[in-house]
Design a protein around this ligand. Sequence first.
Ligand code: TEU
Ligand code: CA
Length: 542
Amino acid sequence: IKNKGWWKNEVFYQVFPRSFMDSNGDGIGDLNGIISKLDHFVDSGITAIWMSPIYSSPMIDSGYDITNFRDVDQIFGTIHDFEKLVQKAKKLGIKIIMDFVPNHTSIKHKWFVKSVNNIGKYKDYYIWHKGRENNTKPPNNWIGVFGGPAWTYNKKRNLWYYHQFDYRQPDLNYRNYKVEIEMKKILHFWLRKGIDGFRIDAVPNLFENDDLLDEPLSNLKGYVDGEYRYHDHIYTTHDSRDYEIVARWRKILDEWANYHNQEEKIVMTEVYTLSFKAVMKYYNYGSHVPFNFDFIISINETLNARQYKNVITRWIANLPSDKSANWVTSNHDTGRSASVDPIRPNIRLILSLILPGISCVYYGDEIGMENNFNITWEQTQDPQACRTDPKTYQKVSRDFSRTPFQWDDTMNAGFSKARKTWLPVHKNYKILNLKNQKFEPESHFKLFKTLVALKKSSETLKSGSLITDTLNNDKVLVVSRQSSNESIVFIVNFSDDVSQNVNLNKYLPGAVRATVIISSVGSNIRWGTSIKVPDVELPPSI
Ligand code: TEU
Ligand code: CA
């Protein structure tokens, strides 16, 4: 295997293909759109992207409901466009990671159609069971992530089938080894196209309890029937076999790279849970990047320095010695990072780039794109939102962080020539767009670009030591990286409108002056200037 460990300090950029760039004017992003914007990655210093699904799909769940794992949906283009993308990206030194969605298929996948019709080996490709009370009620009390029973009755087969997500996304039955073999062939199909690895979707949902036991009620107060969070999910999630199958998939990638003498292929695992330990356990089962969603999940509205310190410290403390930490800023399932804390809109981005290990950013993060809540009930697409009503969809919709990339100030922010885009462009695009930020001397984009370049070149960021502290009664967060001849220090004021005086001697030992690499955009501390240390007055963030 060549170039082992290439991913250890990488910045992975998530492309949400529907919203990146539309090349043919139908209002939906596509592969040729991505190809036309490869120079953006080069310009930003991005050398690896992972793409949400581009496979054939009725698009009930933005392509996470797949009808053919071996083809590209016509909305995105053709398999030839995909090959072209891989080729061109490779020439520019950009790696391509595919989203692998093994947990379920679309209800329209031919396997499911055959399964419904009880045909041959396909009978047991999905999870079928007789219902309770004479087959009139679901087989047990399992609830789907999107809400409501995780079972739907099928008249033709006269049984209930299990779906962890929407009823149009039936779960594959991994207790049937034939399903695993199918998936292996699919991995090989994409490896043959020259891709560099996979992000595995919904990993903790792969295996379910053999006896289909009822889930216990959780300790949460205010039980609402049919709501996912009021049950514990011990029989539907985090099965030991979820871990083992990831190890087998990793092995497939290693064997491929080894046999073909190619660069190391990587595995990223999506395990969205409150338990960071359950996430980190995947390190021991071959995941190179068990997505660390702690900034998203474990830092709540009270946003303070101590919370940041805690999530950083516990991840580092639990990291197996030969592994690389990773920091996810946001993604297509959560709010945009710049909107979480409007006073410190780039804090997650900066942390992800200066902390040890891997930074995982979401398209639009590099320009500080914001959540777009101007999506009407008619426009909303997320199945989680569509199953609610005009009054509540805003609360559960994930669409607000999926709107088109804001390239410039022309029509549709330069994303599409269509009259209407699949989700509306954010109204702020005339001001907040990449083109503007390239002109401005200090912008969110320049900040990103500066730190990506620094991350790639600086030995201190690669292998320096790490100190994470809070100062001034938790009003200030300090993250410092140190090597023998250099210190890089990040200080954040968490008291919104009061200055903080801090002494940085511990982090800049012996120094009398320091250079400002970046400061919050619009602040009066200029980039590139030299300031007196160790005593620093930190102005309020805004
Ligand atoms: O998400 C799986 C997952 O962990 C969900 O619980 C996620 O946290 C939820 O969508 C939040 O509302 C993956 C994909 O990232 C998501 O977009 C898909 O809808 C889902 O799988 C089904 O494929
Ligand atoms: Ca298009």
